[in-house]
Design a protein around this ligand. Structure first.
Ligand SMILES: *Cc1c(COP(=O)(O)O)cnc(C)c1O
Length: 350
């Protein structure tokens, strides 16, 4: 979901950006106008997340899925490491990451909640990590399984890599604990097509020789994310979202709202005998709330009736079934109130 004001502004500027008589889509990525757009987006993101100067912000392509290969290609040869890639397996997305990483190095699953159907995030004291691993990968919010880290791991000198695709900008990030964070834009930031990568400078420069140049962080960083033509329109919309967020009070406001929105929904579900959420309370996601109807034969009717009430995209992921409500940054509290009111009425009706 994107903020309505951002979509309206993009529509108003569609054919003529700031009097330049071209659409952002028509601008040269090497021109002064686009340079303004990308710099501003970078500066605003740095300000919003308080990203230290020792970290580079890169706009890349291929989605978070490409990052599953790009990260190991850039880090497996990191000097001083033994090329083992440690993973914490908490759901579908960290599972895809570790599957892909196996092409580039030796994967060690340091911890997994698979036995628990991914209904929790393993506490760090239970992780069996490798000394001198090239990095440790976590997915801080599992979009499909609906679990989320509510602690920041401390991995010492081993760089912590985090896929934050579905939670970025919903809460502050303690960069002193992370080497790399990345996020496909389309969940919580902007349109599909751009991936945000924030990487500590000392982790740049070790890509394997067969790494495609366009995925080598050093190339991307040296060319200010313009080694090849970047996804200009997607970056522009992300920039508008950053502005919107700054005006609304930044990441702390987003965090406060996401706590409010998700608690409202979980409270309602937990007090109902008609719906249930199975994720353990300390690992529940504030962004993606999967839930099930006790009577699954009502699923189709639930989705159809919800749509009639303006509540869209509630059908759960095909891997999990049931329902899922995504409460991304742009979702107003009124949206959750409307959902809960609908769920209550549907329960009463049945
Ligand atoms: C959606 C998602 C991905 C995959 O993103 P693509 O842009 O489709 O590659 C990866 N990780 C997480 C956590 C996601 O939510």
């Amino acid at each position: 979901m994107l903020p309505e004001t951002v979509l309206a502004q993009a529509a108003a500027e569609m054919t003529d950006w700031h009097g330049c008589r071209m659409s952002v889509m028509e601008l040269s990525h090497r021109g002064r106008e686009f340079d303004t757009i990308i710099r501003r987006a970078q500066d605003d993101l740095r300000e919003l997340l308080e990203i230290p100067v020792s970290y580079r912000i890169l706009f890349m392509q291929g989605g978070a899925t490409a990052m599953n290969a790009i990260v190991p290609m850039n880090l497996v040869n990191r000097p001083g490491s033994n090329s083992t890639l440690d993973f914490v397996h908490t759901g579908v997305w960290s599972g895809k990451s570790l599957d892909e990483a196996g092409k580039y190095g030796k994967v060690n699953i340091a911890a997994s909640s698979r036995e628990d159907r991914f209904l929790s995030v393993p506490a760090q004291k239970r992780w069996q990590t490798t000394d001198n691993a090239a990095y440790i990968h976590v997915c801080t919010n599992e979009t499909i399984n609906g679990n989320q880290f509510h602690f920041t791991p401390d991995t010492g000198t081993v760089p912590l890599v985090a896929d934050m695709s579905s939670e970025i900008l919903s809460r502050p990030v303690d960069f002193s604990k992370y080497g790399v964070i990345f996020a496909g834009a389309q969940k919580n930031l902007g349109p599909a097509g751009v991936t945000i990568l924030v990487v500590r400078e000392d982790l740049i420069g070790y890509a394997v020789p067969f790494c495609p140049s366009v995925f080598d962080w050093q190339n991307v960083a040296e060319n200010n994310s313009m080694f090849n033509t970047p996804p200009t329109y997607a970056i522009y919309i992300c920039g508008l979202v950053f502005r919107w967020m700054k005006k609304r009070g930044g990441v702390l406001r987003m965090e406060q709202e996401s706590i409010e929105k998700s608690s409202m929904l979980y409270d309602f579900i937990d007090h109902s005998g008609f719906y249930r959420n199975e994720v353990s309370i300390e690992s529940r996601s504030r962004m993606n709330v999967p839930f099930f109807l006790e009577d699954e034969s009502l699923n189709d009717e639930f989705v159809a009736e919800a749509a009639k009430n303006g509540l869209l995209q509630l059908k759960g992921h095909r891997l999990t079934g049931g329902m899922r409500a995504s409460l991304y940054n742009a979702m107003p509290i009124e949206g959750v109130e409307a959902l809960v009111a609908f769920m209550r009425a549907f329960e009463q009706k049945h």
